[in-house]
Write a protein that binds this ligand. Structure first.
Ligand SMILES: *Cc1c(COP(=O)(O)O)cnc(C)c1O
Length: 362
């Protein structure tokens, strides 16, 4: 069965440019081949540039964004650790679940779905028994951006780690790992990086590295993974077979981001978000996130009364080849989540969506 060309404007995956698909389709070579080793090194260097970090330990974990989450937890959270976890949407909930399954003493700081969690509330929960503070930088279930200001200082003051999910913000909204004092962060390839799903960029700073011990997971054990991903005299040690072609794709996707430049890319996302919101307002939609708390790369809007949201989404997909996403959890049936991610943050994408939507709502 042939696969249709869809315009992916949902919560991910996002549109994958031809250049990235072409990179993916290059010949598969061995995971210990010296040519692949060069690609691995280049990919890691590009990842550092996109994450704005000098962290040596910056690599793509094999698996989707959630694999990055799991790698973070199994390597840096030990059973009994007190971990403060901000929860104002599905991805915060998921992390609280993950932490609990790994034996952490989870202190949930609950926030309203559709709002950022006030920084003071997070800081109140961080005390000298705290091992780590976790926040979702870009909450894809609500389209909210969590400010990181002040979090790193508070963590350092009590010797806790700052852990961040930047799956949907990376390369779509400003985040600077080193400047913002983030100790460990994970992302995904299929949001603003515009690569296919299957890898989870992970970066680890020096404060976190001091705590790294062989953990409970064999597959995600960073001490083993670094034996493969770290260049040097020693031969790269086989751990698991890297998803070779996905690494080609990520490497190319990162090159595209760097060619554009991060400030330019962030601005383009912010502008595309505003322009789409203006058009949707004319059709009666309102953004869930208040001004100043929005995540540029994901526009979550309330669906006006009287619209059968599921039927319209289905028509957009099947009649117009455009995918957008519905709501999750308490927002199911009440909102749409529209991805403004990379190639999806272009005027042509907005025009196609708005035109199709006007036709379906008429
Ligand atoms: C998509 C996403 C994830 C999970 O990534 P998968 O690739 O679906 O495993 C985690 N956190 C956030 C904020 C996301 O948007």
């Amino acid at each position: 069965m042939s696969v249709p060309e869809r315009l992916l404007l949902g919560s991910g995956p996002s549109p994958v440019p031809r250049r990235v698909l072409d990179a993916l389709a290059q010949p598969t070579i061995g995971h210990l081949d010296p040519v692949f080793a060069e690609i691995m090194d280049r990919c890691r260097a590009r990842l550092r540039d996109v994450l704005l970090t000098s962290n040596d330990v910056t690599l793509p974990i094999s698996g989707t964004g959630s694999a990055g989450m799991e790698a973070m937890v199994v390597n840096f959270v030990r059973p009994g650790d007190r971990v403060v976890c901000g929860v104002n949407g599905l991805f915060g909930q998921r992390m609280a679940d993950e932490l609990g399954r790994n034996g952490a003493d989870v202190v949930v700081v609950e926030g309203e779905w559709g709002r950022a969690i006030p920084t003071e509330r997070l800081l109140e929960a961080v005390d000298d028994r705290t091992a780590a503070l976790f926040v979702v930088h870009g909450e894809t279930s609500t389209g909210v951006r969590q400010p990181l200001d002040g979090l790193a200082d508070a963590c350092r003051a009590v010797d806790a780690l700052l852990l961040v999910d930047c799956v949907t913000s990376l390369a779509g909204a400003p985040i600077a790992i080193d400047a913002e004092g983030v100790d460990v962060a994970f992302s995904g390839t299929q949001k603003c990086l515009n690569a296919p799903p299957g890898l989870a960029p992970l970066t680890v700073g020096p404060r976190a590295l001091e705590r790294l011990r062989p953990g409970r997971s064999w597959y995600f054990d960073l001490t083993l993974l670094l034996g493969y991903w770290t260049p040097g005299e020693a031969a790269r040690a086989y751990h698991h077979t890297a998803p070779i072609n996905l690494v080609y794709a990520l490497d190319e996707a990162l090159a595209i981001v760097l060619e554009e430049g991060l400030p330019e890319r962030w601005e383009r996302h912010a502008d595309a978000h505003e322009e789409l919101l203006d058009e949707l307002r004319e059709l009666g939609f309102e953004r869930l996130a208040p001004e100043g708390e929005q995540l540029a790369s994901l526009l979550c809007v309330r669906v006006p009364e009287g619209i059968d949201e599921a039927a319209v989404r289905r028509a957009l997909l099947l009649r117009h080849d455009i995918e957008i996403s519905g709501g999750l959890g308490p927002l199911a049936g009440r909102v749409w989540r529209i991805g403004v991610m990379g190639e999806g943050a272009r005027p042509e994408a907005r025009e196609r969506l708005v035109e199709a939507l006007r036709a379906e709502l008429a």
